[in-house]
Ligand binder design. Structure first.
Ligand code: 9N3
Length: 236
């Protein structure tokens, strides 16, 4: 389909998110710590493009009892998105490119006083070799594309997004010979979000929304995956 050029861009974005995920931010001192809550740390940089707030967001978290594969699977799976994603109204699978790469259309709940937004993006899940002894990472990348079958509508403003979720499973080995249980597992998460709201939004409104919505997503989504997996076999 018309998406072949995007697949090269997708590989570049996956590698970029993976490379940046667990890199310490010492070099980029202009990251502002928005919130620290236990293992969860949320940072943002204040950036405007043509007067539009496009603040990059970076968050780290550690979620007990789940694996990197499980966190990425539940984040990527369009069929269950409405179970945890409370800021969207419609989620539509537009095209299945492969078993791990789809095109998704979403309308986001209108956030007063702004116009309603929608998003159209490629969403891909894969395992990436990290090269260190912590084992492979699992990565989901969502990034905006134009798609002939979903032209921009006059009802919504089309946001442009580039999201990376990079996860690593941490296992504390049980007493020798014992099988690994969920008590021996945790998942280290690095989440990066670049969302251009696609049209002017008062800076204070957008920054307040982001400051509320991103921590809420990290809390709610982590608890959701713990709940969904607690009685299921471990998906490594
Ligand atoms: C406000 C802000 C938090 C930056 C925001 C606003 C809007 C669009 C809605 C919007 C934008 C501007 C003003 C009002 N509403 C979307 C998102 C957003 C989109 C996607 C993802 S995801 O991680 O890919 C999960 C899949 O849904 C996360 C966040 C964030």
């Amino acid at each position: 389909g018309g998406l072949v050029p995007y697949l090269a861009e997708l590989e570049r974005k996956v590698s970029e998110h993976h490379r940046l995920a667990f890199q310490s931010k010492d070099g980029e001192s202009d990251w502002q710590l928005l919130l620290e809550e236990g293992e969860m740390k949320v940072y943002r940089r204040e950036v405007e493009e043509d007067g539009i707030v496009v603040d990059p967001l970076k968050a780290q978290n550690v979620v007990k009892g789940v694996t990197a594969h499980e966190i990425c699977h539940y984040f990527w799976d369009v069929d269950i998105r409405m179970e945890w994603e409370t800021t969207v109204e419609i989620v539509k699978l537009v095209e299945k490119i492969s078993d791990d790469t789809v095109v998704v259309y979403q309308t986001h709940k209108r956030m007063w006083p702004t116009m309603q937004r929608d998003s159209l993006f490629v969403s891909s899940i894969r395992q990436v070799d990290t090269g260190d002894d912590e084992g492979p990472s699992w990565v989901v990348c969502n990034f905006s594309v134009d798609h002939p079958s979903l032209p921009v509508s006059n009802k919504c403003v089309r946001v442009k997004l580039n999201i990376g979720l990079v996860c690593q499973t941490l296992v504390t080995p049980p007493a020798d010979g014992q099988p690994i249980t969920r008590d021996d597992l945790s998942c280290k998460i690095a989440y990066a979000a670049y969302v251009n709201p696609g049209g002017w939004v008062p800076a204070s409104v957008l920054r307040t929304l982001a400051k509320r919505e991103y921590p809420r997503f990290l809390r709610k989504f982590s608890a959701y995956v713990q709940g969904k997996t607690k009685d299921k076999p471990i998906m490594f």
